[in-house]
Design a protein around this ligand. Structure first.
Ligand code: AMP
Length: 184
């Protein structure tokens, strides 16, 4: 299965993707996690993206798209993936469409996790990642509203939306039901 997870910061995309990947047998590919891993290792890419991560700003598309192309070309992604955090704008959406077209595949669907912004802030402040200060969270939320949410319109007809409020288990149950509808 080829699924994109979309939702505001704090909706629990990463947490749910970790559970779903077990059920679906496909890798969880998180651009944020890939960037953080590069930063941890202080690779050239990690040093280049550090300031964007800290500011909660989008890493430039050229850097992000190259990294995603490489990751999706790895053998474990051949039979499917759960993409978390990509695409985040319409330019990235076009790149994903190109990557899929080149391999003759299509997305099975988009799983949208919906969560109120104030609930998301509370969750993220509890998580406490270095980019989880209230000011940076609010900036990431604004970017989500302005840049990322509009991609859902492009995926119209392919999107299943679930309520991301509640416990991890409650949201997982909703996510599994939603993914089952994508499976057809
Ligand atoms: P996330 O783990 O999805 O919350 O992403 C953490 C940070 O990584 C974001 O605030 C951005 O700085 C960067 N990032 C992750 N995915 C992307 C993307 N698709 N495009 C640009 N920047 C991204």
């Amino acid at each position: 299965m080829r699924i994109v997870l979309v939702g505001p910061p704090g909706a629990g995309k990463g947490t749910q993707a970790e559970v779903l990947r077990e059920h679906l047998g496909v890798p969880h590919i998180s651009t944020g996690a890939l960037f953080r891993e590069h930063r941890r290792k202080q690779s050239e890419l990690g040093r280049a993206v550090q300031e964007y991560l800290d500011a909660g700003a989008l890493v430039p598309d050229a850097i992000t798209n190259d990294m995603v192309r490489e990751r999706l070309a790895e053998p474990d992604a051949e039979n499917g993936f759960l993409l978390d955090g990509f695409p985040r704008n319409t330019a990235q959406l076009d790149v994903l469409a190109d990557i899929l077209a080149a391999t003759g595949h299509d997305l099975d669907g988009v799983l949208e996790l919906k969560l109120d912004e104030d609930a998301a802030v509370a969750r993220l402040l509890a998580r406490g990642r270095t980019d989880d200060t209230e000011a940076v969270i609010r900036h990431r939320q604004a970017l989500y509203r302005e840049e990322t949410a509009p991609i859902l319109e492009h995926y119209a007809g392919k999107v299943v939306t679930i309520d991301a409020e509640g416990t991890v288990d409650q949201v997982t149950a909703r996510a599994l039901r939603a993914v089952a509808t994508l499976r057809g």
